[in-house]
Design a binder for this molecule. Structure first.
Ligand SMILES: [Zn+2]
Length: 272
């Protein structure tokens, strides 16, 4: 381990579990892939830590990280909200993109950050993801994507919805070039992200118990007047209904991705 994980492993700070709200040391969380030792909930992983778990040591090279602070419709309160997210996360936006090796295979990778305005998709997020697909097409590389999102970023108005089209076209062009796109849906993946690139993977996996859907449960129940099953929109529900191909635990994800990349070696532009 190096970088973020190494630092957290030696940290004396505590974090609070997102589900049971018990205090857990950062070092303990790192050892357990950010899974709560008390209630076994999958806690949120900072994107750089996620990348370290998944990729070969020191192989990540960040791309499309230009610091663009977009506020295209001057939405009231947006600048302040985004500034707070930037300060809290230490990141400039809700997605981190780059190249890295996984099990020796060269890949393009993006990881969305639910701690940054619930990883909502605005113009910068859309630009970064579309640019990564374009980069992958030029270099004939597979794309590994970790999705998370509350949906479109409402503070950017209709421009946020246009990111659905832009990212979907980029993913389609990557597919038409015969290249592999594996996406992992993490908790929560909702709205315009689910309805665009996040469900366009050749292989779609999810983390256990992740919330995956388009509109939320309450909105659907109010509109249909019906009661939805308890498991509605869980990863397990989506697997049962054919939306995703599999559920992979965090400790197994790196090996799973390596296996899939090795199976597609040479054929779909995957190279060691
Ligand atoms: Zn817990």
């Amino acid at each position: 381990m190096s970088g973020v994980l190494e630092t957290m492993l030696h940290s004396e700070k505590n974090a609070v579990c997102c589900k049971c709200k018990k205090s857990v040391s950062e070092a303990e969380l790192v050892k357990r892939y950010f899974i709560c030792p008390e209630c076994h909930a999958y806690d949120r992983i900072p994107p750089r830590a996620r990348i370290e778990y998944l990729t070969d040591k020191d192989s990540f090279n960040e791309l499309f990280c230009a610091d663009i602070d977009a506020d295209p419709i001057s939405f009231p309160g947006y600048a302040e909200k985004k500034a707070a997210s930037r300060k809290k996360s230490g990141e400039t936006e809700a997605v981190l993109c780059g190249t890295a090796r996984i099990g020796g295979y060269e890949t393009c990778i993006f990881v969305m950050n639910s701690e940054f305005m619930m990883a909502s998709m605005g113009t910068v997020v859309g630009d970064r993801i579309a640019s990564l697909f374009e980069y992958a097409i030029k270099r004939k590389l597979p794309v590994i994507g970790y999705a998370a999102s509350g949906g479109a970023r409402m503070q950017e108005g209709v421009l946020s919805l246009m990111q659905m089209v832009k990212t979907s076209i980029a993913a389609k062009k990557h597919s038409d070039a015969g290249l592999l796109f594996i996406v992992c849906l993490t908790d929560p993946t909702m709205g315009g992200v689910t309805a665009s690139f996040a469900t366009l993977g050749d292989i779609i996996i999810a983390e256990p118990n992740a919330l995956i859907g388009f509109a939320g449960r309450r909105v659907i129940e109010q509109n249909t007047g019906g009661k939805l099953p308890e498991s509605f929109q869980s990863a397990e529900f989506q697997l049962e209904h054919g939306v995703i191909d599999g559920i992979v635990e965090r400790k197994d994800q790196r090996d799973y991705l390596t296996d899939v990349l090795s199976m597609h070696a040479e054929k779909w532009g995957v190279k060691a």
